[in-house]
Design a protein around this ligand. Structure first.
Ligand code: PGA
Length: 249
């Protein structure tokens, strides 16, 4: 198991100035000195606001939900890794299944984004995961290995600097969680794949994501190869998110 677990909140396209402030004030009031690393990933439009609200404390780090595959130039709407860095961003979610599905991101795009993030000193949280159909067809291992292997291939020895998030697509926002055993099985596959690529595979954190909540977090986080969580819905409610952080600590 990696040294310190990581609990990251993926706010997705939710929130607003007032709601963000209320959520962060409640998180900061309740978090104390967490025994794990914690991050929140607001929409890009609110990075500056959230950076301001997180200033002067160490408990919660700032993350982004995406990063451009380009360095700079004529890419309307994109936000580059160096721009994210300007706002104190420490983590960037890359290749979330919602972006793979709705924005047509391929394994190659994801691998390039990881490279951009690493070059800017941002830790990419690389998402992999199978759809329900792929699971039913017995393709889970094949799919997650294919997704991770593109990232390993392009990023070589830097691969020990990434965070991986196993997020079965059928578990995201559905209330259906992988059982701790099902999740651990896939995490072990990913760990073995990382071991073949780097001698530092044990230190790579492999998060679980997909309907992780205050009630099921402890059991998932107790699995030997689950090193944290990427939390969607439950990250929008301070008491729930804090309970998950407590379960990791
Ligand atoms: P969920 O989302 O916790 O709402 O299932 C997780 C994610 O998509 O990162």
């Amino acid at each position: 198991m990696a040294t310190k677990q990581l609990i990251a909140g993926n706010w997705k396209m939710n929130g607003g100035l007032a709601a963000n402030q209320a959520l962060l004030e409640a998180l900061l009031a309740g978090i104390g000195q967490p025994g794990c690393d914690v991050a929140v990933c607001p929409p890009a439009a609110y990075l500056a606001q959230v950076q301001g609200l997180l200033a002067g404390q160490e408990a919660i780090a700032l993350g982004a939900q995406d990063v451009s595959q380009h360095d700079n130039g004529a890419f309307t709407g994109d936000v580059s890794a160096t721009m994210l860095r300007d706002f104190g961003v420490r983590y960037a979610i890359v290749g979330h299944s919602e972006r793979r599905q709705h924005q047509g991101e391929t394994d190659v795009h994801v691998a390039i984004k990881v490279k951009r993030a690493l070059a800017a000193g941002i830790t990419p949280i690389v998402c992999v995961g199978e759809t329900l159909r792929e699971r039913e067809e017995g393709m889970t291992e094949f799919i997650v290995k294919r997704q991770l292997s593109a990232v390993i291939h392009l990023n070589g020895h830097c691969i020990s600097e990434i965070v991986v998030a196993y997020e079965p697509v059928w578990a995201i926002g559905t209330g259906k969680t992988a059982t701790p055993g099902e999740a651990q099985q896939v995490h072990a596959v990913l760990r073995a794949q990382l071991k073949a690529a780097t001698e530092h595979a044990e230190r790579v954190r492999i998060l679980y994501g997909g309907s992780m909540n205050a009630a099921n977090a402890a059991e998932l986080l107790a699995q030997p190869d689950i090193d944290g969580g990427l939390i969607g819905g439950a990250a929008l409610k301070a008491p729930d998110f804090l309970k998950i952080v407590g379960a990791a600590a």
